[in-house]
Design a protein around this ligand. Structure first.
Ligand code: GLU
Length: 289
């Protein structure tokens, strides 16, 4: 049996905090216990929010924690062609369509309909896309694209589900409602998710699925905030004929007031703690590892 493959996949859009330390060290510990491999992946697709100095800080903070990972590190911004190929494959199955409304326009459309009924929201609380652009004719689409209007490429969820039937995933951790073991995927809860934009070749969902498969990841260990996103990931794996890793979602660390840790709260930043003289052993103690 080949060794299991774990990965820690931070986005360089801020400095790491105790919550990242927990996720990174949990991956490292599980990989070591299983005689497995540990990869680090830099998820830097979103050029507007990612910065080279944050990436450099990630390497520095993780090394300080005592983590070791395989090199070369995969940086998503260097692999746009891989994501494009996956998108083309979905497109060839007739599962992708462009939508041209801005977020504000979608919010307005939904507010109008909301007057009569509670508009459905995705597990993150955002209103589902009403599917309006699916009705555009080929000619209208061409005209809008030719005008240079920005667009998002969306998955036609109903068509995608019709082509694969029901499926599930193996959860070694726990979802926000205590879900564990074999969990039935519910990608329809996300509606027609965005898989790419005019200026961004892949969304998080598409890139993470392509990379986990390309890198042979067998065990995805990450925060519970991504638990229901796994439904979309499993769907994309089915549509693209990619293997399903096992999943282990862990609880998110909270601050003293019970709020989720954020990249902007300095109190729990690894750099700040290091500057205060906190040791990596003390970090482990504070996060319970
Ligand atoms: N890049 C994502 C984040 O920083 C994590 C992705 C994942 O583990 O699937 O939240």
């Amino acid at each position: 049996m080949p060794p299991p493959v774990f990965r820690f996949a931070p986005s360089p859009n801020g400095h790491l905090h105790l919550g990242h330390a927990y996720s990174a060290l949990l991956n490292a510990d599980l990989a070591r216990q299983a005689d497995g491999r540990l990869l680090l992946r830099i998820e830097d697709i979103d050029a507007t929010r990612c910065r080279p100095e944050y990436e450099a800080a990630i390497y520095e903070d993780l090394a300080w924690l005592g983590m070791a990972w395989e090199t070369p590190v995969r940086r998503q911004s260097e692999h746009f062609a891989s994501y494009r190929r996956a998108l083309d494959r979905l497109s060839a199955q007739g599962l992708i369509y462009p939508s041209f409304e801005s977020r504000a326009e979608i919010a307005r459309m939904v507010a109008e309909r909301d007057a009569n009924m509670a508009w459905p929201r995705d597990p993150d609380g955002a209103p589902l896309y009403p599917g309006t652009a699916k009705q555009l004719s080929a000619r209208e689409r061409e005209a809008l694209t030719a005008s240079g209007a920005p667009y998002a490429l969306r998955l036609d969820m109903a068509a995608a589900l019709a082509s694969v039937g029901p499926f599930d995933w193996t959860e070694d951790g726990e979802g926000p409602g205590g879900e564990t073991g074999i969990v039935t995927a519910r990608p329809e809860a996300w509606g027609d998710v965005i898989l790419a934009r005019k200026d961004t070749p892949a969304s998080y969902h598409l890139a993470v699925v392509v990379d986990d498969a390309l890198q042979g990841v067998t065990d995805v260990v990450r925060g519970q905030d991504l638990f229901w996103a796994t439904s979309v990931h499993r769907l994309l794996q089915r549509l693209l004929d990619l293997p399903a890793p096992r999943y282990r979602h862990h609880v998110l660390l909270r601050d003293a007031a019970g709020a989720k840790l954020s990249k902007s709260t300095r109190a729990t930043g690894l750099r700040e703690l290091r500057a205060e003289g906190v040791t990596p052993a003390e970090v482990r103690r504070r996060i319970g590892l």
